[in-house]
Design a protein around this ligand. Structure first.
Ligand code: AMP
Length: 403
């Protein structure tokens, strides 16, 4: 079912509540990577151009229901002003007098950013009274552009929709639903999924859903791979493994094989002798075949042979989704495998494949590798993207009105 779009709304002279995901890194009062802010700009600009009066709200970090200065959105308001090219007013609280008076003062095309929603515990509790207070800041018009927060039923993503007349998807939200929706309903084949990161348990529902939906190949890297390798009987030493997932990993592998799906695991990896890097000491890493792993080794990244196998598996792909790093991406040189995969998916996109990348580390790798503009769609959701791909309902999407 298609959702109502911001383009279906009459915004002129109306106060519109726009929920965005401005959960960006802020250090010493300055915004770091502003990808998430930029991603919401088309919606914000559209609402401004339509003469709407914008009340913009977001969460930032995990302040756990109380005011924590380092999680203030004030620096974001300043950054937003620069990006939009007009002043974004800022309300010191997201409800109450501070927010009300500023929202009332808005003129056509003006914009107001509210303080962090999560300074109130009622936000994450999806409290009805709090939802109503948020809704009272607008003229019955709500737009959600916060795809990254849509898997959580919170006051600003779900509760508020009960107290407005219209709840619509913003342009970013629509784009996410379009691209990800196409992948789960009608992917062009060969369809290849690349999964990495630490937690197998997080990704099992997605793997199962992909198997059901006829994915052709699944490439598994990162720490996740060690649970699969150990389940197959390989020695993985001190590499990160989820021991309670060994049986599940075997079942997944069997189901994939029954369906003729190729499940590729690393054949070589970069290892260190101690998992915890010692501060000040140079990390000595070496690349070895998986079967040479001894009990003292910890696997930190996929090796060059694996990069080559994975890249070959992507060669004829028409649809690719990628979520999760291939190694301990935060600590060079263990970012090499992930960066190599970033280049490989970009090359596949150049050949016409639809490439969708989600999850913080893989998106960071795409940016670091300088290939962001070659990727079909960079998803702003981490958990939300995985849940959507697993075929689960996102409460923040369900709550929007149907077209
Ligand atoms: P996730 O949140 O499950 O996507 O996992 C991301 C994390 O996985 C990153 O912080 C990586 O450092 C970590 N990771 C990836 N590969 C490995 C590995 N071989 N050993 C330990 N951690 C890893």
């Amino acid at each position: 079912m298609q959702k109502l779009s911001i383009k279906d709304l009459e915004l002129k002279s109306k106060r519109v509540f726009i929920r965005v995901d401005f959960n960006v890194p802020v250090k010493e009062g300055k915004v770091g990577d502003d990808t998430r802010i930029r991603a919401a700009l088309p919606t914000i600009q559209y609402a401004i151009d339509q003469g709407g009066r914008l009340v913009v709200a977001s969460h930032l970090g995990r302040p756990s229901g109380r005011r924590v200065e380092k999680f203030s959105l004030k620096p974001v308001a300043e950054h937003l002003s620069t990006l939009v090219g007009k002043r974004a007013d800022f309300a010191e609280d997201c409800i109450g007098e501070a927010a009300q008076s500023r929202a009332q003062a808005l003129q056509d095309g003006d914009l107001l950013l509210l303080e962090n929603l999560r300074f109130h515990k009622e936000e994450e509790q999806n409290d009805d009274h709090f939802s109503k207070q948020l809704a009272s800041l607008c003229d019955g018009v709500y737009v959600s552009d916060a795809f990254g927060a849509a898997h959580r039923a919170h006051a600003s993503t779900v509760g508020i929709t009960k107290h407005v007349t219209k709840a619509a998807a913003g342009l970013l939200m629509q784009k996410e639903l379009d691209y990800l929706g196409r992948v789960i309903t009608n992917p062009e084949h060969p369809f290849v999924a690349i999964l990495g990161g630490a937690k197998v348990s997080d990704k099992i529902p997605v793997i199962n859903a992909l198997i059901e939906r006829g994915v052709d190949k699944i490439l598994i890297g990162g720490a996740m791979a060690y649970t699969f390798l150990k389940a197959e009987g390989f020695t993985v030493g001190k590499s990160l493994v989820e021991d309670d997932m060994l049986q599940t990993a075997l079942e997944v592998k069997t189901r994939a094989e029954e369906k003729g799906i190729e499940l590729l695991l690393p054949t070589d990896h970069q290892v260190v002798d101690s998992y915890e890097p010692v501060k000040g000491e140079k990390i000595i890493a070496k690349t070895i075949p998986i079967e040479f792993t001894n009990l003292g080794h910890a696997g930190m990244d996929i090796g060059v042979e694996t990069v080559s196998h994975f890249s070959n598996a992507l060669r004829d792909a028409r649809t690719i989704i990628w979520n999760g790093p291939m190694g301990v991406f935060e600590e060079p040189p263990f970012n090499e495998g992930t960066l190599a995969i970033a280049h490989a998916v970009a090359e596949a996109a150049d050949r016409g494949a639809i490439v969708i990348v989600g999850g913080g580390d893989s998106v960071a790798a795409i940016t670091q590798a300088g290939v962001a503009d070659r990727i079909t769609h960079i998803s702003t959701g981490g958990g939300a993207t995985l849940e959507f791909l697993a075929g689960e309902e996102l409460p923040g999407v369900t709550a929007l009105n149907d077209k």
